[in-house]
Ligand binder design. Sequence first.
Ligand SMILES: Nc1ncnc2c1ncn2[C@@H]1O[C@H](COP(=O)(O)OP(=O)(O)OP(=O)(O)O)[C@@H](O)[C@H]1O
Ligand SMILES: Cc1cn([C@H]2C[C@H](O)[C@@H](COP(=O)(O)O)O2)c(=O)[nH]c1=O
Length: 211
Amino acid sequence: MRGIFITIEGPEGAGKTTIIQKVAQELEVKGMDVILTREPGGIPISEQIRGIILDSGNLAMDARTEALLYAAARRQHLVEKVIPGLQSGAVVLCDRFIDSSLAYQGYARGLGMDEILSINQFAIQELMPDQTIYFDIDPEIGLKRIETNKGREINRLDLEQLNFHQMVRQGYKQLLQRFPDRIREIDASQPIEQVFLQTMKMVEKLIEENE
Ligand SMILES: Nc1ncnc2c1ncn2[C@@H]1O[C@H](COP(=O)(O)OP(=O)(O)OP(=O)(O)O)[C@@H](O)[C@H]1O
Ligand SMILES: Cc1cn([C@H]2C[C@H](O)[C@@H](COP(=O)(O)O)O2)c(=O)[nH]c1=O
């Protein structure tokens, strides 16, 4: 018995958190067992690692250290939350996963996607998402959205130059080419309701196929 593992990806401010919450609510109303979680984080140890990566103020962090910390947070989160959730038959919805490491550390930081895939293979032991939904947005629009979202704290990665965020988007575009069966794209510049309906349609199709 195995549940379904769905990840949501995209640049800053694409609307991942907003939409994934609405999807989880809708699935729960329909009586499904849903686990809504995020990376880095989702469980205490990984939330602590999140703090080290994202809230380290003015301290400079080496790019490889950053990549390893994301992979470590991922490992603990998988073992404590994602794998048990899937074993119980739940739909696990995760806000970011390995593709964030490939796009941010592998491509935008320039460490190389294959190198990042390799360190992450040690962490995930082949547990890849059943489906990944990529929210595509021009980073200028995404960053404006998070600036106007007063409830959200600005973290170390948000403060990177616009060029870095544009590289992240290019990295995701490469991943779409590399994993066409797993990753589906949604235009996240559309109004929230449209993005939600399209995401719901993809998620429901996957659940039906899994029945
Ligand atoms: N389709 C949309 N159109 C306009 N505003 C949106 C849309 N989706 C989300 N927003 C708004 O943009 C802001 C950022 O949304 P959200 O936190 O969901 O993005 P995110 O992709 O999770 O960002 P990050 O990865 O940087 O945390 C929020 O204020 C949210 O209400
Ligand atoms: C998992 C993961 C995340 N990141 C970056 C992407 C964002 O800038 C932050 C997470 O913040 P969010 O508000 O929760 O989206 O971390 C990364 O660079 N590499 C990763 O593997």
